[in-house]
Design a binder for this molecule. Structure first.
Ligand code: DAH
Length: 345
């Protein structure tokens, strides 16, 4: 029996395992109730009584040794398996940066324009991009034969059979003015940003789809001075405190008097450069006092109320703000261009 125990000790000491099955086989062979060790304990009763105590101690040592070895082998196994399971992820590598998208420059500028006007009491209103003749032209005093209604300028969609009314893609956001005035009572202070469409060839300076923002203020005693001061406030906030503003007499069917809005060139500060064609001024939009006939068309009494309106190109303002020279960059989706914009100052 002693030799058997000695042989087992040797066996257990040398045991190595490299998988779960081998570990289980070890357990069955040396630890379980049917193990060789348990069998030897069973044989203890056949040992001569004087040797039985010593033999018992020896078997206990064997049993402890088998248990210890099993524990070692188990933890060894655990370590190797955890290592294998985690090996595809190297936690010591530097993290992969989480790349954030940037906002489109037109969107940034649109947001900034809204912010500036919201602070002086304007709300935001929207209208449909597919518009009828009344809202885009007739209510705004465009005569029946006005050149802006021509096929070359306007994308017509259809003529409604029973009314004979034309449906077209809106050519300006002034159509939203009409919708707001038809639906609300003065005082009205509203800003309408949106997409507009014109039948134009695409170039660095023109596009068939672009963005405008329309402003409208209707109240008692609104004067041209209010219009000037409001826009002056806007350009100072949008560009810089030193930006100058100039109103050039102009004509729009829906305003009287009308004026084109120029600001001092942001590139040369008025000194003259190729962007402002050496005039020191660049145009950002049109404006004027709402024509009394337009108020009547929208059921507002021109004896009681007056108002001003303006419309500006968002692309134009963005180009001046960021010194962008080609309109097409806005729609080309070139990531190198787009990544340059994240916040607006
Ligand atoms: N709708 C005009 C355009 O697209 C811009 C404009 C001019 C809007 C004068 C206005 C305004 O509200 O008063 O060219």
């Amino acid at each position: 029996m002693k030799e058997k125990v000695a042989a087992l000790i040797q066996e257990i000491e040398n045991a190595t395992i490299d998988n779960h099955d081998a570990l289980e086989a070890f357990r069955i062979k040396y630890i379980s109730r049917k193990s060789v060790v348990a069998e030897l304990f069973g044989n203890l009763k056949d040992v001569a009584p004087e040797e039985r105590k010593g033999m018992g101690q020896l078997l206990n040592e064997l049993k402890n040794m088998a248990n210890d070895k099993f524990k070692n082998l188990s933890s060894q196994m655990e370590q190797t398996t955890t290592k294998v399971a985690h090996s595809p992820v190297d936690l010591t590598l530097p993290p992969v940066p989480n790349s954030l998208g940037t906002r489109h420059p037109l969107n940034l500028v649109r947001g900034r324009i809204i912010e500036i006007f919201e602070r002086i009491g304007f709300n935001v209103s929207e209208g449909p991009e597919i518009e009828d003749d009344w809202h885009n032209f007739s209510a705004l005093n465009f005569p029946e034969n006005h050149p802006a209604r021509e096929m070359q300028d306007t994308f017509f969609i259809e003529k409604v059979a029973d009314t004979g009314r034309e449906i077209a893609l809106r050519t300006h956001t002034s159509s939203v003015q009409v919708r707001v005035m038809e639906g609300e009572k003065p005082p009205i202070r509203t800003l309408s940003p949106g997409r507009v469409f014109r039948n134009e060839a695409i170039s660095a300076r023109a596009h068939c789809v672009f963005h405008q923002v329309e402003g409208l203020y209707i109240n008692k005693n609104v004067s041209f001075a209010d219009l000037k001061q409001t826009l002056y406030h806007f350009v100072k906030e949008m560009f810089s405190k030193d930006t100058k503003i100039r109103f050039r007499p102009s004509f729009f069917p829906f305003t009287e008097p009308s004026a084109e809005i120029d600001i001092s060139c942001q590139i040369c500060n008025g000194a003259g450069c190729n962007i402002c064609k050496y005039s020191g001024w660049v145009e950002i939009g049109g404006s004027g006092m709402v024509d009394p006939q337009v108020l009547i068309n929208c059921n507002i009494d021109p004896e009681e109320y007056t108002g001003f309106a303006f419309g500006m190109g968002i692309e134009r303002i963005t180009m001046l703000k960021y010194q962008i020279k080609d309109l097409r960059l806005f729609t080309e989706n070139d990531i190198r261009f787009l990544q340059q914009f994240s916040v607006i100052s």
